[in-house]
Design a protein around this ligand. Sequence first.
Ligand SMILES: [Zn+2]
Length: 390
Amino acid sequence: MVDHVKLVVQVKLLPTPAQASALEATLRNCNRAATYASHVAFTKKLKDRNGLQKAVYADLKALFGLSAQPAVRAVKKVVDAYATLKANLQAGNLGSPTSKRHRTAVGNPIGFRPEAAQPFDDRCLSWQYDARTVSIWTVAGRMKDVRFACSPDQLKTLVQYRKGESDLVRRGGTWFLIATCDIPEPEPYQPADWIGVDRGIVNLATTSDGTNHQGRRLGRYRRWQARKRAELQAKQTRSATRRLARRARKEKRHATQVNHRISKKIVSVAQRTGRGIAIEELGGIRERVRLRRDQRGTLSSWPFHQLGQHLAYKARKAGVPFLEVDAAHTSQRCPRCGHTERANRPTRDHFRCRRCGLAGPADVVAGVNVRNRARSVWAFVTMPVPAPAE
Ligand SMILES: [Zn+2]
């Protein structure tokens, strides 16, 4: 059985002014229709799809100009929203039943923003890839030749794998279609060997090959951000709080970009050399990394976890085997003689075996240990199971 991985491709629409106003009217009507259906669902206690559809279908078509599929989608959107709300209430995400938030959520119908995303299926939206246009249902009738822009890579993915519904959204005055693509995942190959990856503070990732993927620029950037943040926090005005939130978002975006870039590089090396990728289980990092006082705040926000996720995801997509191995002593163990002692690592950056004298950069040694652990785990996993004795 072939597994699939879902991927979204976001393309920018380039509507003419007339097309844009039809899109706007469509999105607004769809969401007004959903809000209307939500009121009916709330007052008549109709939270199932069939019951609600029976109650509002004719109205959605007559009052809001929806055709069949958008009307059905509006109903589904409402039913899904109430199901999500119910799950959130049960999980206690909206506080205790006596809290104001909880009571407000229970006591009022759910509303939909005028510009909330609207899904379109193949009956209401068709793609002309060669012409880079779509034809889309609107409240002003079927609209043809709406141009869209995308990269050659995105176009290739759309042509090969687009499947099911796409969401129409407007963000900051720009129209987008967000298409879902269903990409078959290649079967992972038999790895010839492993690349062990050590995640750290200064070098975000170091491989057993000795390649450093620097976090230095990122580290400097984050320290600068922290300083700015402290200044803003000291001010404690509303605008300072807003700027702080903006900064936090920017910082996160930057870290995501760095992780994206590093994981892409490591996966492509693995693929080219027919190897798998191994990383330490995350728990180990917290125990292992010794931090100076000024770094204490860093670890919780440091994107180790995200780097692991990016690696795992990209490896899966490329058919590269991926393993997480036990992290115990990966920084203290000598990969040559096996001697394990804290004193093997006199400083954060250096490793020197107290027994055999093997010395090197601590993160490379850790990467090698991760690789060796992957080798033995893999040998165990793939060892043929002996037939039971007669
Ligand atoms: Zn040794």
